[in-house]
Design a protein around this ligand. Structure first.
Ligand code: PMP
Length: 405
């Protein structure tokens, strides 16, 4: 992979912080954006801004065409059967709230059971708890082993005749663990139970073949895959989406409205009330172009090299460091704690050395409890990171460890 050519597409990587080269290692929270995505956004505002689906005029038709070709692009990226199964949302969070409220609201009642895992992001916990408060179903939680692998035998044991739904992340935003979602889906389906997959951390790193996975729902965010903020995707199987009630009411999601009663639009518009972020949606297709041109396999191999190089150096050179998550095939995410140091102090000092990492509970407090920590520091890689940056990070971390130790 020609890293220099890749980096040249990301203007932000030229920033300097405190007189030093900036090393951006917070890619799990959001990744940076190549110029072509920025150009698509600028073009959306300077050439084609008109509301979609409402106009006969040229500009509106162009904006609509850009949005709908992005839907087609996403459908192809995840190998969905039909573009109607691709619903645009504000992000993974809104997509999961939509599924919980509309699909969960339809199938989960008192005496029913929902299976989550201990490594879920709050976005895949709280929407279910909000529904639970109305419906009173039970939430069961799959545990992990010491390496951060899901305990698949325990998962299977959680199923009972009352199990109605499973919702699981494809990859953990803290441990990097890639869960065997194909196997989990096959098992759930053998019990007649549908599965929701939170793909926020998988979509930028792993090829997603929805039809091979057979997921009932799959969600992800554009901003974590080199795309714009404010745009996300909910994939849903057509037969589920057709049965589900709308999540929000408003313009564009109706067939006809009267005070006697309203009928709803066909898919996907039934779930896209109001004016969507059509400029961001169009720009998402440019992010997918970037990923496909660079090559997802090449990106994954490069990130794996960064992960193993950095992990080995950290373990060899920083006494007492604890790394959380060592599952085979994990994503390039390293969550860690320096011996005797608070995660926040570590992150603050790294920042002063130009290294951008995240600290805290990472919206995964149940996982923090399971790990017995309050928070961790997290360094995470993307396609444009280099071995030189990995070395700058470990060198800076060794300095920080000395200061705080
Ligand atoms: N799930 C996972 C696994 C995540 O990592 C994140 C983002 N940190 C989310 C859900 C929520 O994504 P967003 O904030 O883009 O809605």
């Amino acid at each position: 992979m020609d890293i220099a050519a890749i980096r040249s597409q990301f203007p932000i990587l030229n920033r300097r912080l405190y007189g030093r080269q900036m090393v951006y290692l917070d890619n799990t929270a959001t990744s940076q954006t190549p110029q072509r995505v920025v150009d698509a956004i600028v073009g959306g505002y300077t050439r084609t801004k008109a509301n979609v689906h409402r106009g006969v005029h040229t500009l509106s038709q162009e904006a609509t065409e850009l949005q709908e070709s992005a839907r087609q692009r996403v459908k192809e990226y995840i190998n969905a059967e039909a573009a109607e199964e691709i619903i645009f949302t504000r992000g993974t969070t809104e997509a999961l709230n939509l599924v919980a409220s509309s699909f969960g609201g339809m199938i989960l009642g008192r005496d029913d059971e929902l299976i989550l895992t201990v490594m879920e992001h709050h976005a895949n916990i709280v929407p279910w708890q909000l529904l639970q408060a109305q419906r009173g179903f039970k939430i069961k939680v799959v545990p992990i082993d010491s390496a951060g692998n899901l305990d698949i035998e325990a998962y299977k044991r959680l199923f009972t005749p009352h199990t109605r739904l499973v919702s699981v992340c494809h990859a953990s935003n803290v441990l990097g663990t890639v869960n065997p979602v194909g196997e989990m889906i096959a098992y759930a389906h053998s019990a007649g139970v549908p599965v929701v997959v939170d793909g926020a951390q998988a979509a930028p790193h792993l090829p997603i073949d929805i039809r091979a996975l057979d997921a009932d729902f799959y969600t992800f965010s554009a901003h974590k895959m080199y795309g714009p903020t404010g745009v996300g995707v909910l994939y849903g199987k057509r037969r589920h989406l057709e049965q589900m009630p709308p999540y929000q009411g408003g313009g564009e999601m109706i067939d006809s409205v009267s005070f006697e009663g309203t009928t709803f639009a066909s898919l996907p518009y039934k779930f896209e009330a109001g004016t969507p972020d059509f400029i961001g949606i169009a720009a998402l297709s440019k992010a997918i172009d970037f990923i496909e041109e660079t090559g997802l396999e090449q990106i994954a191999a490069h990130e794996e090299e960064l992960l193993s190089h950095t992990t080995s150096r950290m373990l060899a050179e920083i006494p007492g460091i604890r790394i959380f998550g060592s599952a085979p095939g994990k994503c390039a995410i390293i969550s860690f704690l320096l011996a005797g140091a608070h995660h926040y102090d570590t992150g603050m000092l790294l920042d002063k050395l130009g290294i951008e990492v995240r600290t805290g509970h990472h919206c995964a407090q149940p996982l923090m409890n399971a790990l017995g920590v309050e928070g961790v520091v997290r360094a995470s890689f993307a396609a444009y990171n280099t071995l030189q940056e990995a070395d700058l990070f470990v060198d800076a971390l060794a300095r920080v460890a000395k200061i705080l130790g």
